[in-house]
Design a protein around this ligand. Structure first.
Ligand SMILES: [Zn+2]
Length: 308
């Protein structure tokens, strides 16, 4: 299938085609004795993912595990549908996200407030998952991939308080979710993802430091794809966070309201990204997944919470 890319080590990248776009949301299948899907994509992506798994020989009773890095709808919106397609699969998520997968009503209500009319088109509706099938992860945890191979989870908040990174014992692949930002393979650009309400600079930098300490061989971004140049990209992740926070602080000190702060930060960071300099079509990916309004609002929200 044209949306499935083998990455070596029995790992397959699946373009989950959020809202019909290509190259925006990636899921991954680790195809061992106990096949494991990392990220489901959105609810509307679920049939796309099922077709991809089927093309890789994974039938309804074959999928052992579904794990999500966090419960934002572009990563976990399809969990309920996928759990329905694969009745044997255990659903694995950080403990701070588990209850929202069992009862998505609050998560969907807050997403509706953020996205309004765009919610249905972009994400669809997260269906509930039987709580008995959900396994909640603490600060660390392990997923059995079969044949002695494991996926180790590492709590990595900052982007979201229910975020984990996942390290493959066999390949050294680290699934970074959104904790290291949004990467555009077409241009090599990397931009931070700092949405409200959970973004916290110090916590996010701590998670990037943790990722560095894990010494992964390769990073697998949910947005989007593999990166071999691990250290430079993780350093860039931290640098991007600091720059966006510094500029937002500056806008705030100048008394700009949110709209003007967004315009200022957008303008002052534009030159950093080849996709934006070129007016490239891929720039649209940034606006959907780490849009300046969402990033600046998240940083402002965090700044509001800091005691002064
Ligand atoms: Zn995301």
């Amino acid at each position: 299938m044209d949306n499935v890319t083998p990455l070596g080590g029995d790992v397959y990248e699946i373009d989950t085609r959020m809202a019909g776009y290509s190259g925006i949301t990636a899921g991954y299948l680790i195809l061992g004795d106990r096949p494991c899907l990392v990220e489901t994509g959105t609810s509307t992506s679920a049939p796309v993912v099922r077709d991809a798994l089927s093309s890789l020989g994974v039938g309804p009773d074959d999928l052992a595990t579904v794990v999500v890095t966090h419960i934002h709808l572009d990563h976990a919106g399809g969990v309920g549908d996928i759990a329905g397609y694969y009745p044997s699969a255990e659903i694995v998520v950080h403990e701070k996200g588990a209850r929202h997968l069992a009862d998505p009503s609050r998560l969907m209500a807050s997403a509706k407030m953020v996205w309004g009319d765009k919610l249905d088109v972009l994400f669809g509706t997260l269906a509930p998952t039987d709580a008995a099938r959900i396994r909640a992860l603490g600060d660390t945890g392990t997923i059995d991939l079969g044949n002695g191979r494991t996926l180790a989870s590492h709590y990595s908040p900052g982007h979201a308080k229910h975020h984990v990174g996942l390290l493959d014992s066999h390949t050294g692949d680290l699934y970074v979710g959104d904790a290291a930002g949004v990467y555009l393979p077409e241009t090599g650009d990397l931009r931070p993802a700092t949405p409200p309400p959970d973004f916290d600079l110090d916590v996010a930098l701590g998670s990037i430091a943790l990722f560095t300490a894990l010494k992964p061989q390769r990073l697998l971004f949910s947005h989007y794809g593999p990166v071999d140049d691990v250290s430079p990209i993780l350093e860039r992740s931290a640098e991007e966070l600091r720059i966006w926070v510094d500029l937002t602080k500056q806008a705030r000190a100048e008394g700009l309201d949110l709209d003007h702060a967004v315009a200022m930060v957008r303008e002052r960071t534009r030159e950093r990204y080849a996709a934006l300099r070129a007016g490239d079509a891929t720039a649209e990916q940034f606006e959907l997944l780490s849009g300046a309004p969402s990033n600046v609002a998240g940083i402002m929200h965090w700044l509001d919470l800091i005691p002064r």
